[in-house]
Design a protein around this ligand. Structure first.
Ligand SMILES: [Zn+2]
Length: 360
């Protein structure tokens, strides 16, 4: 087995770290050409500043071998080790360490300092860098870029004639832990931020549907449908409802304007042909959107409402009267409940049928 083989395994560990929201660094411990242990970055999850990939791999390896000394072992890690990890490697008496990308900020194998070359430390560990360096550093850069994008999204300024519901108002709602998405720069939005979900495969392998809630409801209406197998669900919260911004003035809320926002948003998303699914309360809005964007919809379906009562879900977006301009303009809190699990499964099937997809 060559170095690249073990580094590829370390990269797989790094990807698992990224999926868990950790900085993507992975490590693999090898002895006599045999896999001993692996580790990935887990400081966030474990509340442990020392839980670097290398430390985790050394711990697991020492436990597996029943020895705190790892004589003859080699460690493969996707990023140049920091001083802490380099120190631990020297204590473990590793024979060799191989890393991928250099770390100009904290690297202790030559970038910032070189602990392995320190003549006053008596153990010698061989060091080699640059193995699969491009892949290792692309993974890190992609991760940090994503984090910057997310931070920018969070930082979208709130207009002073609008309110934004505190996210904790939605924490208690079961079954709606979907990734929030936002758009704020459509011409008709004038800076107001619209929230939406886009769940399910986007590669054309699933039938798509647009789920439209009505006044007094929000995307939560479709909670049983989102995530159905073989289905891509786009679920916008109309401005003034759900997790979207709440303009303070009633005058902002005209059905034509909501329809225009949805139209611009769809133009931006460029979704595939799909089914328009709507609640009873959204019938008027759905008809208007269908009239304007008819080419996009292969069918229109009314969502049934046999679900369990939604408790405080319809009230959650409105901490007080100041948030309720949309309710005053378009109608009060709804009494609808959305489809139950069985109805949602049938609805998903109807969408797939309408789009010519077979059962997943
Ligand atoms: Zn480290």
């Amino acid at each position: 087995m060559d170095d690249a083989h073990w580094m590829a395994l370390a990269l797989a560990e790094a990807r698992l770290a990224a999926e868990a929201g950790e900085v993507p660094v992975g490590a693999v411990l090898v002895r006599n050409g045999q896999f001993v242990a692996s580790g990935r970055n887990t400081p966030v999850a474990q509340h442990d500043p020392s839980a670097h990939a290398e430390i985790n791999a050394l711990r697991a390896g020492a436990a597996a071998l029943g020895n705190y000394r790892l004589d003859g072992c080699e460690l493969f890690v996707t990023l140049e080790p920091c001083a802490m990890c380099a120190g631990a490697m020297l204590h473990a008496r590793l024979a060799r360490v191989v890393f991928g990308a250099a770390d100009p900020k904290t690297g202790a194998a030559g970038s910032v300092l070189d602990l392995f070359a320190e003549p006053r430390l008596n153990h010698r560990t061989q060091v080699q860098g640059g193995v699969l360096a491009a892949e290792c550093s692309a993974l890190l850069q992609g991760f940090f870029q994503q984090r910057r994008d997310a931070a920018r999204e969070q930082a979208q300024p709130l207009r002073d004639d609008a309110l934004r519901t505190p996210p904790e108002r939605f924490d208690a709602l079961a079954g709606y832990a979907f990734e929030p998405r936002y758009v704020h720069d459509l011409p008709s939005l004038q800076g107001w931020r619209m929230h939406y979900l886009d769940e399910g495969p986007q590669d054309g392998s699933a039938a798509a549907c647009l789920c439209l809630h009505g006044p007094g409801e929000w995307g939560y209406f479709f909670r049983r449908l989102v995530g159905a197998p073989g289905l891509r669900t786009l679920v916008p919260d109309l401005i003034g409802f759900g997790k979207s911004d709440k303009p303070k003035r009633e005058a902002a809320h005209r059905i034509e304007w909501h329809c225009q926002v949805l139209g611009e948003w769809l133009d931006r998303l460029q979704p595939p042909p799909m089914v328009l699914v709507h609640s009873a309360a959204a019938t008027g809005l759905a008809a208007r959107l269908h009239a304007e964007k008819g080419g996009l919809f292969a069918a229109v379906l009314l969502a049934p409402e046999g679900g369990e009562p939604v408790g405080d879900a319809w009230r959650a977006p409105f901490p007080d009267r100041g948030y309720q301009a949309a309710l005053r303009a378009l109608g009060p809190i709804a009494s609808s409940s959305g489809p139950n699990a069985q109805q949602a499964a049938l609805l998903a099937q109807a969408v797939r049928n309408a789009m010519g997809y077979s059962t997943p």
